[in-house]
Design a protein around this ligand. Structure first.
Ligand code: ATP
Ligand code: MN
Length: 460
C-alpha cells in the first residue's frame, strides 16, 4: 500500500525513498527540469515532482501531459519555490496511463455547468474533490453523532407499497409490460399481476417505518436514498437525494428541536475541524466567508418563533415578496430567507404550523388549528430540516385521517403503534445534500452529489 499524497506532504525532508501515485494536474517545463504537480484526491494540494531532464528519458516526459496517471519515486526535499514547503526529487518516473490532448479538463477554470456535463471527470477538479471529501466527512459525522448518542441505525425499505406520507410525487416500481398492461374487468390496471401483487413505489421518506423502530428501541436514525418525482427545477431539489431521519420515543417537540440543533452543530464543527483546507478553499473561491458563517452558526443558539409570529413579521413586508403571505399559506423560500437573513441573522426554527399545510401524522395542538411541526430554516437556503412531534393519540389520529380522506385501514400497522403501548415521539428529516450545500456554499444542489438526477436528466 502506498502513502497517499496528503501524508507525503506532511513528511520532513529525508533520504528515504518515497513513492507517490496520482494524476498529473499541471506540467511546467524549464531548460533543465520539468515540474509535474500530481494529485490523488486525498487533499486539495498536489505533490510537486521535480524531474532532472538530464537523468530522464525525454521521450517519456513528452508523453506525460495533464490528466496522465503516473508513479514517481524519489526523496522528499525542501522546495526552492514559494508555493510549497517540500517537493519530490524524482529518481524513477513511470507513466501508467497516457492522456491525450482532447482531455476535457485542461488547466483553466471551468464553469460548474460545463463540469456537470462531464460529471464522470469532475471529481478530478479542485472544486469537486473538495465537495466530495466534505460530503464523505459529513456522512461519517452523521453516523458518529447518532452512534455516540446511542441511536440505532435502521435501514427502512426503499420500495414501499403505501403512499403514506403524501410528501411528494412518487416513482412507480413495476415489472408489468408497459406495452401491454393487464387490466381488470372494470378497465383498471391489474396490479395483482405486478411483481408485488400490488402497486409499489420508491420511498419518499422512511419516517413511518422509522417510527415503528423508535417505539421499540427508543432512539433510531435512518440515512439512505429517497426519491421524489417532483417537477421542481430548483437549485435545492433533486429526484434522488439522501435523507437522515432520526426518531425519538418519549420525546416531544422541545426535545426534537434540541436534537436537531445539537446534531447540525456537531456535523458543522466536525467538518471545520477535519476538512480545514477544503473549507478555506470554499471560503476563498465559492462563497466568501462561509467558514465564518458556520462558526457563527455553531456559536449562537438558533432563533425560535411560531408560524403565527413568523407571519406577523412577514406580513408588513409583503411588498417585497413575489408571494405575499397571510395566516394559513405556506412559507416559501423567499420568506424563509427573509426570516433567517434579515430578521434573525442566524438559523430559525419555526414551529406550530397550520394543520392544513402539514402532514396528517403531526400532533394536534389544543387550539385545534395548528400542529406540533418544526422546520429549521437556514440563511441562504431556507428549509434544511422538517420535523414534528407525532400524533400518538389513537382517536385523534383516526379523526385527522378521516378529515383528510385517508383510509385508516390503509395505515393499520401505523395505527397499531398507537394501540400497543403508545408514547409521545418525535423526529425530523434532514436532506443530506442541502446540508452539504450549506456547509460548502455551493449554490446548486446538482453539484454536491456525484450524479444528480432531476427532471429530464439521468446521465451516467
Ligand atoms: P421543500 O419544501 O424544500 O420541498 P419539503 O417540505 O418537501 O421541502 P420534507 O418532506 O419535510 O421537505 O423533507 C425533509 C427534508 O428533505 C427537507 O427539509 C429537505 O432538506 C430535504 N428535501 C426535500 N425534498 C428534497 C428534494 N427534492 N431534494 C433534496 N432534498 C430535499
Ligand atoms: Mn418538497
Amino acid at each position: 500500500m502506498q502513502d497517499r499524497i496528503k501524508a507525503i506532504l506532511q513528511l520532513e525532508p529525508s533520504d528515504a525513498t518515497v513513492k507517490a501515485e496520482g494524476w498529473v494536474r499541471t506540467k511546467r517545463d524549464s531548460k533543465n527540469v520539468c515540474f509535474l504537480e500530481i494529485n490523488d484526491g486525498s487533499c486539495l494540494k498536489g505533490l510537486q515532482c521535480v524531474i532532472d531532464k538530464a537523468k530522464t528519458d525525454t521521450a517519456l516526459l513528452d508523453r506525460i501531459g495533464t490528466g496522465a496517471s503516473i508513479t514517481a519515486e524519489g526523496r522528499i526535499v525542501s522546495s526552492q519555490g514559494g508555493n510549497q514547503k517540500t517537493e519530490m526529487a524524482v529518481e524513477t518516473l513511470t507513466l501508467i496511463g497516457e492522456c491525450p490532448a482532447d482531455y476535457p479538463l485542461q488547466k483553466k477554470r471551468h464553469t460548474v455547468e460545463f463540469l456537470r456535463e462531464k460529471a464522470y471527470l469532475r471529481p478530478r477538479t479542485n472544486l469537486f474533490g473538495a465537495v466530495m471529501r466534505v460530503r464523505s466527512t459529513m456522512a461519517y459525522a452523521v453516523h458518529s453523532f447518532f452512534q455516540e448518542n446511542g441511536f440505532v441505525y435502521v435501514n427502512t425499505p426503499l420500495i414501499s407499497a403505501s403512499d403514506c406520507e403524501g410528501a411528494g410525487a412518487q416513482f412507480q416500481v413495476t415489472t408489468l409490460d408497459l406495452e401491454n398492461v393487464p387490466k381488470t374487468e372494470d378497465g383498471k390496471v391489474d396490479y395483482s399481476k405486478d411483481f408485488f401483487g400490488k402497486m409499489a413505489n420508491l420511498t419518499v421518506s422512511g419516517q413511518l417505518e422509522g417510527e415503528t423502530y423508535a417505539t421499540a428501541m427508543k432512539n433510531i436514525y435512518t440515512f439512505g436514498p429517497t426519491f421524489r418525482a417532483e417537477n421542481s427545477n430548483t437549485a435545492r431539489h433533486l429526484a434522488e437525494f439522501w435523507m437522515i431521519e432520526p426518531e425519538m420515543a418519549f420525546c416531544t417537540l422541545e426535545g426534537d428541536m434540541e436534537w436537531a440543533e445539537k446534531f447540525l452543530k456537531y456535523v458543522f464543527s466536525y467538518v471545520l475541524e477535519k476538512n480545514a483546507e477544503d473549507m478555506e478553499f470554499f471560503s476563498k473561491f465559492v462563497l466568501d466567508g462561509v467558514v465564518d458563517t458556520l462558526r457563527h452558526v455553531i456559536e449562537s443558539p438558533f432563533a425560535h418563533m411560531t408560524y403565527t409570529e413568523a407571519i406577523k413579521v412577514l406580513e408588513p413586508e409583503n411588498d417585497r415578496f413575489e408571494f405575499p403571505v397571510k395566516w394559513g399559506v405556506e412559507i416559501q423560500s423567499e420568506h424563509e430567507r427573509f426570516l433567517t437573513e434579515e430578521v434573525a441573522k442566524r438559523p430559525v426554527i419555526v414551529t406550530d404550523y397550520p394543520k392544513d399545510i402539514k402532514a396528517f401524522y403531526m400532533k394536534m395542538n389544543d387550539d385545534g388549528e395548528t400542529v406540533r411541526a418544526m422546520d429549521v430554516l437556514a440563511p441562504r437556503l431556507g428549509e434544511i430540516i422538517g420535523g414534528s412531534e407525532r400524533e400518538y393519540r389513537y382517536d385523534v389520529l383516526v379523526k385527522r385521517m378521516n378529515e383528510l380522506g385517508l383510509k385508516p385501514e390503509d395505515y393499520w400497522w401505523y395505527l397499531d403503534l398507537r394501540k400497543y403501548g403508545t408514547v409521545p415521539h418525535a423526529g425530523f428529516g434532514l436532506g443530506f445534500e442541502r446540508a452539504v450545500q450549506y456547509v460548502t456554499g455551493v449554490a446548486n444542489i446538482r453539484d454536491v452529489i456525484p450524479y444528480p438526477r432531476y427532471v429530464k436528466s439521468c446521465e451516467y
